[in-house]
Design a protein around this ligand. Structure first.
Ligand code: DX5
Ligand code: ZN
Length: 215
């Protein structure tokens, strides 16, 4: 079954505990936590403290998406705070292989995120090393943007490479996911869908209904 990862970027921060527990209760598989540094992307969100605060209230997989540059010196703090998966953009640091190795050596799963302007051939050398690949279907930095359909072929390419090379990474799609775009991604071979505004900013307040509509 397709996994759903609500992104707390769109949650009400005054009620963060309730916002997290409600999506867990509604059947979310991962909780997606967007870390922005005002440098790799223009916005600033949270540091590792948010992971540390959420960790004790739930066992859900904490899926941390680092949109920061440089990356290396921050990785350990996110793992120690309780992240289960740490993903980063390989073009944001000079030694992606070393970062992947470090995340894995700390006992955490590792992912890489593919910016819309980055081609699969540019990240192909990492695919056998990671547990997750995030295909970005918006320019990272902001929630609530429109889904970029021209990124869909990356999902098929990754799906084919995975089968051809006998790899097991998950393919996660991030940006502009709703009940329509989710189907396009699943048809191409997506395993995990991130959804921020579709879940947290919807007029529908039944998170279970929203999550199931993506499935
Ligand atoms: C965008 C973030 C996304 C964001 C998605 O830079 O990486 O995870 O939360 O938000 P929606 O689902 O609203 O596009
Ligand atoms: Zn994200």
């Amino acid at each position: 079954m397709i996994k759903i990862a609500p992104s707390i970027l769109a949650a009400d921060l005054l009620k963060i505990k309730q916002e997290v527990l409600s999506v867990v209760e509604a059947g979310a598989d991962y909780l997606h936590i967007d870390i922005m540094d005002g440098h790799y992307v223009s916005n600033i969100t949270f540091g590792s403290n948010i992971v540390k605060s959420i960790r004790p209230i739930t066992n859900i997989t904490l899926d941390v998406h680092l949109m920061i540059s440089p990356v290396k010196q921050y990785v350990e703090s996110f793992v120690k705070a309780g992240a289960n998966i740490v993903s980063f953009h390989p073009e944001a640091d000079s030694s992606p292989e070393k970062i992947i190795e470090e995340i894995k050596s700390l006992g955490c799963k590792c992912g890489i995120a593919v910016h819309p302007k980055i081609e699969i051939k540019d990240i192909e050398k990492y695919i056998s090393l990671v547990d997750l690949i995030i295909v970005m279907t918006v320019v990272p930095g902001l929630g609530g943007q429109n889904f970029m359909e021209n990124q869909l072929t990356k999902i098929s390419t990754l799906n084919e490479l995975r089968a051809k090379e006998g790899l097991e990474f998950e393919i996660e799609i991030d940006g502009g996911i709703n009940y329509k775009t989710s189907k396009l991604c699943v048809d191409k071979g997506a395993d995990v869908l991130v959804a921020g505004s579709y879940i947290y900013n919807s007029p529908e307040s039944d998170y279970k209904k929203l999550i199931n509509s993506l499935r």
